[in-house]
Ligand binder design. Sequence first.
Ligand SMILES: CC(C)CCNC(=O)Cn1cc(-c2ccc3c(-c4nc5ccccc5[nH]4)n[nH]c3c2)cn1
Length: 263
Amino acid sequence: WALSNFDIGRQLGRGKFGNVYLAREKESQFVVALKVLFKRQIGETKVEHQVRREIEIQSHLRHPHILRLYAYFHDDARIYLVLEYAPQGTLFSALQAQPMKRFDDSQSATYIKALCSALLYLHERDIIHRDIKPENLLLGHKGVLKIADFGWSVHEPNSMRMTLCGTVDYLPPEMVLNKPHTKNVDLWSLGVLCFELLVGHAPFFSKTYEETYQKILKVDYKLPEHMSKAAAHLISKLLVLNPMHRMALDQIILHPWIVAHTQ
Ligand SMILES: CC(C)CCNC(=O)Cn1cc(-c2ccc3c(-c4nc5ccccc5[nH]4)n[nH]c3c2)cn1
């Protein structure tokens, strides 16, 4: 493959290492998201091996809720990633577009269940920390959720929350304290996401990083009146300080809140 195989369209997102464009393969007319990474920037920041590892991993993943990496190629200055195009954009923008800036139980449970199945698939392959937060989750045809690991902090033009190192709202206590992290970090992030989908903001959201860190380490969050008891129960089983005591993925899928609100 080469750049000449594609017609390039509008910019879909931008990030530290490069931008993402809508593109169409000329022969097949197949629409993709073409991500451009600049070698110079990657070389300077020594993430080259990480990019190779990511590409190697992602190109072999096949799951309905994980964004496909179809192909990659490079020229002297850039690396190009041919990624699945998600027509309905990020979950972050879908959340903002909600009248009350939040989803109901059945929409939220549907997203959480899809994420659980994608995380089970990744954990079975010892892949963790997929950085699950609304900015990194895309919506495909019919609004099907897709994990896109934006290791390179790619975000749509309108995602306000991105800071230098991205939002800290999703960091589990063990990462705030710089302890080694296990795949159970994803269970914590799942709890944070579940809260945010149902409420419209993250559970430990605060004005400053410091305050957010303190709240995370004390697991200090408040449940809004409108949240169902079943949802609150599931969240309380995921936002648990000790990583080993968080509810496992196969248990989450069987939780009454998920069962009651999904097909
Ligand atoms: C292999 C390694 C180096 C990283 C591979 N993974 C990624 O590059 C993760 N990534 C996915 C993207 C990305 C960003 C946006 C989109 C979109 C998309 N569809 C949109 C619809 C409306 C508005 C914005 C949209 N963005 N579809 N597919 C995408 C894919 C950017 N980075």
